[in-house]
Design a protein around this ligand. Sequence first.
Ligand code: SAH
Length: 232
Amino acid sequence: MDIAQHKARLRQYFDGVGFERWSAIYGQAELSPIRRSIRVGHAAMLAHAERWLEATSFPPGATALDAGCGTGLWSLALARRGLSVTAADIAPQMVDATRAAAAQAGLAEQISCHVSDLEELRGSYDLVACFDVLIHYPEALFAPMLRHLAGLCTGTLLFTYAPSTPLLAALHRVGGMFPKSQRRTDIQMMPEALVRATLADCGMRVGRTQRVSNGFYHVTLVEAIREPVVHR
Ligand code: SAH
């Protein structure tokens, strides 16, 4: 597995064909039933995450990082809640879309947008979110990326991964039989035990988790919380 090559491929995809495809899914255009099921599933996932946030209190001036912001749906939701948001994505077209959406919503001041690989991001944030990004990374890259995100987070880390179940594995095998041009990007399933072990390794406790399934959209949404350091 060549990390740089894998990332370069994803960057190119999400800055071209993938941008068209996903900005349509995350937007309002007419869609095929398969893609509509992904849109609905993704919207349900974001709605869930927002409900979790309602019960979370943030200090005044709290900061949030939206890693792999895509077209900015979640960045906007965070900015509306009064958080000061850093939105970053590896694909320039996605970052442009987020910037435009922020301006249109009158939230440009609350959202600073950057083209960046999430592993190049530095700093510390009260909330770190990374939705539907890690699903594109195989096990060897998944754990280091999750560890990096945890390292940027002083409070709550929210992310999704593609759970590994026999049924979903079968679905993916069927998916693999479609002509390549119609196939969605390869989704990498992760065993729950690996996710939990990685978080524990970073001193994070798993809070709430939620499976979100709709048609062709299947993820597990995870809330991880940084445990305060106890000095004895
Ligand atoms: N989080 C958004 C978009 C999900 S689409 C949402 O849920 O609405 C996945 C996004 O991850 C794409 O925009 C893609 O460009 C971005 N991405 C993939 N690998 C990345 C990486 N290594 N660093 C930053 N962004 C990445």
